[in-house]
Design a protein around this ligand. Structure first.
Ligand code: HEM
Ligand code: HEM
Length: 136
């Protein structure tokens, strides 16, 4: 049970990392890829890869949320808990709710949703790192 709990924790972290890639791929595109010619194979391939990551980041995010709740359940069943872990799962649920709200009502007139979504992700990243350092 202990190993499953740890595995679920790492699986949550990996899915969360894949969601964050949505930001990273855009920056790589802006800073590096845009310097190549429009018709270059690299630029065309990268464009497809970037769209794949951006389009699917929400599924990785929802997966991360489901895995985090399973991890929480296993840790509590093992008689273990973590305050920072609970903070992380709370921020993750908030991130997902903000993402779903953006999908439902759109971003154009509600830019604050995107800014809040991004800011909560930064806090969540920091919280997860602290959680792993404290329990590891
Ligand atoms: C752990 C969960 C998630 C993380 C870490 C995450 C991360 C991010 C980040 C970093 C951005 C900003 C990209 C940029 O600045 O250009 C973003 C944008 C966005 N997210 Fe999420 N997200 C998560 C979950 C979700 C979910 C569940 C949904 C919807 C169901 C969602 C919908 C969106 C939308 C609509 C945008 C703005 C457009 C775009 O760049 O795709 N996100 N997300
Ligand atoms: C976003 C949410 C979370 C992530 C990404 C996460 C991630 C992780 C990871 C990667 C580990 C394994 C560290 C190692 O191998 O040493 C771990 C362990 C642990 N987590 Fe979480 N966690 C989250 C939420 C929670 C929550 C809500 C709780 C509350 C019950 C919790 C309690 C624990 C405990 C007690 C351990 C130590 C397990 C052991 O040593 O057997 N975590 N977590």
């Amino acid at each position: 049970m202990e190993e499953i709990g740890k595995f679920l924790g790492w699986a949550t972290a990996v899915c969360f990392g894949m969601s964050i890639m949505s930001f990273v791929v855009k920056k790589i595109n802006l800073w590096i890829i845009k310097q190549f010619e429009k018709e270059s194979q690299l630029r065309m391939f990268y464009g497809k890869f970037m769209r794949f990551i951006i389009r699917n980041h929400m599924y990785f995010g929802i997966g991360a949320g489901a895995l985090a709740i399973s991890h929480l359940y296993i840790q509590i069943s093992n008689g273990k808990t973590s305050l920072v872990g609970i903070m992380a799962v709370t921020l993750m649920i908030l991130t997902i709710l903000l993402g779903v709200a953006m999908k439902k009502i759109g971003i154009a007139k509600h830019k604050w949703l995107l800014y809040t979504h991004r800011s909560v992700v930064v806090m969540l990243l920091f919280t997860i790192i602290v959680h792993i350092i404290l329990v590891g």
